[in-house]
Design a protein around this ligand. Structure first.
Ligand SMILES: Cc1cc2nc3c(=O)[nH]c(=O)nc-3n(C[C@H](O)[C@H](O)[C@H](O)COP(=O)(O)OP(=O)(O)OC[C@H]3O[C@@H](n4cnc5c(N)ncnc54)[C@H](O)[C@@H]3O)c2cc1C
Ligand code: FES
Length: 366
């Protein structure tokens, strides 16, 4: 209904090359927005329908996407675009509701990070009726098509969000199999979805919940002992982990020790490590953004930062090498991976520009 006026032939006409040429460089959407911010020829827009606060520093936004939305699998994320101070910012947020919600609404839950730009903005400024941009759902952190093995879910902090989508989906589908959740929070007030988790796990005889409060007496970091009583044989379970890098690394190390890495699926919200910065004396060369005919002297920062500084707006999401949304074609030159320090070949290839820095002249198809 919301954007039904843009259906069928009208939508095709607006998406035609002629109309695009006439509305360049802004595109048709710029002219549709003043009438209704949900209208778009091909982009997903979602209107916030309701807002709740699972904790003092997090916000759940229930949104109605327009007709371009294709649905999602529990555990996947979207790239959310908001305009802050006239600049479009994009960040990844996991969908936290069941994958087949009957009301057609989708939900994300955003924890405000200290000095974080988008998370703080959404926590402070999200309002019912506000329209934000979304990507289609992405990511491989999803449940198997048929769940037969026991499920061992491990979450830390805001890492509960994709796992909540899985729990809600399984509960709604009547999943009665063996399932355990180990959930790390700083303290009681920091427990996102606390009441709902107690209700969900209370209603399922085969589901077990353990919440570890790391900042309260007796709390501690992940260790094998935390799994005692939750899972009989970790190596025989399907294991899902999402949370801070240290938690993911500790679970990965245990799975490697037990030889069950193939059963482990993980989702990182933050990057793992970064290599030492390049020696300033070795920073040289020119960046050539050929499609947009822009040029810049290489200053050693990531190619994404430098493209933005040159006035370009390439697609981006996590800005740390996780989501691949910034991938673009390097047509020549060598780049250094900012995480590992590894150098690329000098030939043509796709690279993630948020975690690549130029080593000398580099040409990109942007
Ligand atoms: C696949 C995926 C799914 C995700 N799902 C969720 C989710 O469901 N819920 C959720 O809350 N998050 C999720 N995230 C994380 C989210 O994408 C953002 O990274 C997070 O919200 C922080 O973004 P920001 O713009 O607020 O912080 P940014 O401005 O990007 O800053 C990132 C970090 O740097 C620090 N920082 C920023 N500016 C400064 C400064 N000037 N000085 C010192 N430190 C600074 C901040 O502490 C912040 O933690 C997900 C990430 C990925 C990759
Ligand atoms: S922006 Fe996510 S990989 Fe580059």
């Amino acid at each position: 209904m919301i954007d039904s006026m843009l259906s069928g032939s009208l939508n095709r006409a607006l998406g035609s090359r002629l109309v695009n040429a006439l509305t360049a460089p802004h595109g048709v959407d710029r002219f549709l927005e003043p009438f209704n911010p949900m209208w778009s020829v091909d982009k997903i827009r979602a209107r916030i329908e309701s807002i709740t606060r699972p904790t003092a520093d997090s916000v759940s936004l229930r949104m109605r996407p327009n007709r371009h939305w294709k649905g999602f699998l529990a555990g996947q994320y979207v790239r959310v675009q908001v305009e802050i101070g006239g600049v479009r910012r994009s960040r990844c947020y996991s969908l936290s509701d069941a994958q087949a919600a009957h009301d057609g609404l989708i939900e994300i839950t955003v924890k405000a990070q200290d000095e974080g730009l988008v998370s703080a903005y959404l926590n402070r400024n999200a309002r019912v009726g506000m329209v934000i941009g979304l990507s289609q759902a992405e990511g491989e952190f999803v449940l198997p098509q048929a769940v037969s093995a026991p499920l061992m879910l491990i979450a830390g902090g805001s890492g509960i969000t994709p796992i909540m989508a899985m729990l809600r989906t399984l509960a709604r589908g009547g999943h009665a199999g063996v399932l355990s959740l180990l959930y790390y929070v700083r303290n009681a007030a920091d427990t996102i979805f606390a009441d709902e988790l107690i209700e969900l796990f209370g209603a399922q005889p085969e589901w077990k919940l353990r919440v570890i409060r790391t900042r309260e007496s007796g709390g501690s970091r992940f260790g094998r002992a935390h799994l005692d009583g939750l899972v009989q044989d970790l190596a025989a379970a399907e294991i899902y982990v999402c949370g801070p890098a240290a938690l993911i690394d500790a679970v990965s190390a245990l799975c490697a020790e037990l030889g069950c890495e193939s059963r482990l699926r993980l989702e990182r919200f933050t990057a793992t490590s970064t290599s030492a910065p390049a020696d300033p004396d070795t920073i040289s060369g020119e960046l050539r953004f050929v499609r947009s005919e822009r040029y810049a002297a290489n200053d050693g920062r990531s190619l994404l930062d430098q493209a933005e500084a040159a006035g370009l707006r390439p697609e981006s999401g996590c800005r740390m090498g996780i989501c691949h949304s910034c991938t673009c074609r390097k047509t020549s030159g060598v780049v250094r991976d900012l995480r590992s320090g590894r150098l690329s070949s000098s030939g043509e290839e796709d690279i993630q520009i948020c975690v690549s820095a130029a080593v000398g002249d580099v040409t990109l198809d942007i």
